[in-house]
Design a protein around this ligand. Structure first.
Ligand SMILES: NC(=O)c1ccc[n+]([C@@H]2O[C@H](COP(=O)([O-])OP(=O)(O)OC[C@H]3O[C@@H](n4cnc5c(N)ncnc54)[C@H](O)[C@@H]3O)[C@@H](O)[C@H]2O)c1
Ligand SMILES: O=C(O)C[C@H](O)C(=O)O
Length: 339
């Protein structure tokens, strides 16, 4: 997943690319919710990323232990743990990327929107601190319900006068990770070669995988496409049920979160053609936020890409997801402006 970094005689960090080397800038990344089920493996994966020079691990409890543990891994970044609101400022100052997996996860029988009452307030508080201490950072929102927490973050930043739509991302990478895995199994393709865009949002039918655009092409029958779509939409629930009350996806989410943060860092560093799907401010449909392929660059979003040609089945899926996604977005906006 990551390449190695060496240090030059002048103390600069150099990234090895085949026989060539190039210098990599210093980048500070914070994980908010770093002691949680996602936060801990995500902290480890970010510690393994050579593009990170400082890693700030923040939570309301237990971060000193997580930070001490991760800090012993012999990779480039310096790790610091921060615990409690008093230390949030230190955790955030100077950040280039802030990843937010803070908040409660689902239990069997719940939908993501059932997390709104607790997580909306958590996200609102953390985003107010981001607006204050690192207003230029790219924000990777993992906390659910993403369809509402991203609009909440946008409203908080607007109120603070710091909103830049290029810098706010709902992390939907896990949907693409699942779609690729499930498609590779059905298509009998090498999973490492598979690509599947997933658009819309991040809950139930708002998750719309575009298997008609999957590569390599497999010409799967319609019933397989429908089954793959349903499994991708229900992927989170599959894990919640298997964990039987002990939370939701953590390891696959940490992997997905690390992939997306790495893409953000590469974009910031000027690597060309970095494209990932993400839930961002959008004009791709009439909805103000929508997940689609996004080109990442030095300022965050460089281009929100269109949907491309859809099959009739996908077109119908797109139309049926809009009312739910619209309501979730509006719920987030209303919460941010009322509380
Ligand atoms: N976007 C996605 O694809 C995706 C995937 C999986 C999970 N999630 C969501 O991620 C969130 C976290 O899941 P988890 O399994 O890691 O939960 P968890 O309960 O294991 O961990 C959450 C962590 O957040 C911390 N926290 C709570 N309030 C905080 C605050 N104000 N500031 C900082 N930290 C705070 C807790 O102390 C805990 O350590 C959930 O909302 C879950 O639904 C999203
Ligand atoms: O399903 C959940 O509640 C967690 C997450 O959104 C997921 O997709 O795994």
């Amino acid at each position: 997943m990551f390449r190695s970094v060496a240090r030059s005689a002048a103390g600069k960090h150099l990234l090895r690319r085949g026989y060539a080397t190039e210098s990599v800038p210093d980048r500070k990344v914070a994980v908010l919710g770093a002691a949680g089920g996602i936060g801990q493996p995500l902290a480890l994966l970010m510690k393994l990323n050579p593009l990170v020079s400082r890693l700030a691990l923040y939570d309301i409890s237990n971060t000193p232990g997580v930070a001490a543990d991760v800090s012993h891994v012999n990779t480039r970044s310096e790790v610091a743990g921060y615990v409690g609101e008093d230390q949030l400022k230190q955790a955030l100052e100077g950040c280039d990327v802030v990843i937010i997996p803070a908040g409660v996860p689902r239990k069997p029988g719940m939908i993501r929107d059932d997390l709104f009452n607790i997580n909306a307030g958590i996200v609102k508080g953390l985003c107010a601190a981001i607006a204050k201490y690192c207003p230029n950072a790219l924000v990777n929102m993992i906390s659910n319900p993403v369809n509402s927490t991203v609009p909440i973050a946008a409203e908080v930043f607007k109120k603070a006068g710091t909103y830049d739509e290029k810098k706010l991302f709902g992390v939907t990478t896990l949907d693409a990770v699942r779609a690729k895995t499930f498609y590779a199994g059905k298509a009998k393709a090498n999973v490492a070669d598979v690509n599947v865009p997933v658009v819309g949002g991040h809950a139930g039918i708002t998750i719309l995988p575009l298997f008609s655009q999957a590569t390599p092409k497999a010409n799967l029958p319609e019933e397989d496409i429908k089954a793959l779509t349903k499994r991708t939409q229900d992927g989170g629930t599959e894990v919640v049920e298997a964990k039987a009350g002990k939370g939701s996806a953590t390891l696959s989410m940490a992997y997905a979160g690390a992939i997306f943060a790495d893409a953000c860092l590469k974009g910031l560093n000027g690597v060309p053609d970095v494209v990932e799907c993400s839930f961002v401010q959008s004009t791709v449909t009439e909805l103000p936020f929508f997940a689609s392929k996004v080109r990442l660059g030095k300022n965050g979003v460089e281009e929100v890409m269109g949907l491309g040609p859809l099959s009739d089945y996908e077109q119908a899926g797109l139309e049926s997801l809009k009312p739910e996604l619209k309501a979730s977005i509006e719920k987030g906006i209303k919460f941010a402006n009322q509380n």
